[in-house]
Design a protein around this ligand. Structure first.
Ligand SMILES: [Zn+2]
Length: 254
């Protein structure tokens, strides 16, 4: 099955002009193969330095309620990029999961929290945005909201997919993983915490973050998972993979 999926993924051509409106998700519109399940990958946009930003779709696209996952927005917090939300290596037929493994490929290439312009992408969204510091400082929000190609791409993906729920992965200095959410996203956050066997914390959205923007613009939940730093242990990867699949089933609209 894995080899078949890999072959299918190779058959799907990347869109030719991924940065233009309308066709950046073209790879996700290719026909389904027999058996319904898909695992398809395409380039959905480019970073400030022109690195490709990948999108993956796993599961069965017939379900209208999609789970959107951003594996990494801070380039030095990309442990979750390695998570494959599959069951026994196969996409789940009862969920439709869209993943952006790494929204900050320039930062991850440079092992930096920031993007190539020295901007903290998770302070650059248009919700409570305010100027602070200068390029290269730890939480520099950029010269204006959505000044960066990476955050504009994230917004475009959210608008295009209108996901039933969105999960943003981060890594922090603590040792214990946890789920954090606020307001309308608390129920979904608590649900994921249960599925992933992690504690839940009620925490307000910092200014200019992706979840802050989503929670003010859309009714669907968007929340954060904080993991310890470094590479994820296989046990943690497996646990999160399963929890994502179960979350995908939970948010799907029958
Ligand atoms: Zn972070």
């Amino acid at each position: 099955m894995l080899a078949l999926l890999a072959a299918l993924a190779l058959l799907v051509p990347a869109p030719q002009r991924p940065d233009t409106d309308g066709d950046f998700l073209a790879f996700a519109q290719t026909p389904r193969r027999p058996g319904n399940l898909v695992a398809r990958t395409g380039v959905v946009g480019r970073s400030a330095e022109g690195r490709p930003i990948e999108g993956r779709q796993l599961g069965d696209p017939k379900w209208p309620g999609e789970l959107l996952v951003f594996g990494c927005i801070h380039g030095d917090e990309c442990g979750a990029s390695a998570i494959e939300p599959t069951i026994g290596g196969c996409p789940d037929p009862s969920a439709d999961i869209f993943i952006v493994p790494d929204l900050d490929p320039d930062g991850s290439a440079a092992r930096s929290r920031l993007n190539a312009h020295g901007v903290d992408l998770n302070r650059n969204f248009n919700a409570g945005w305010r100027p602070a510091g200068e390029a290269g400082s730890a939480e520099y929000p950029g010269p204006r909201p959505f000044s960066e190609p990476e955050t504009r791409l994230a917004a475009r993906i959210v608008h295009a997919l209108e996901p039933a729920a969105t999960i943003w992965f981060h890594q922090y200095r603590g040792e214990r993983p946890f789920v954090r959410a606020w307001g309308q996203s608390v129920a979904a956050g608590r649900r994921f915490a249960t599925l992933a066997r992690m504690p839940f914390r009620l925490i307000r959205w910092p200014a200019g973050t992706g979840p802050n923007w989503q929670n003010h613009r859309f009714a669907a939940p968007a929340f954060v998972v904080e993991l310890p730093q470094g590479r994820l242990e296989p046990e943690m990867r497996g646990r999160l993979s399963e929890a994502l699949v179960r979350m995908g089933r939970w948010v799907r609209e029958d």
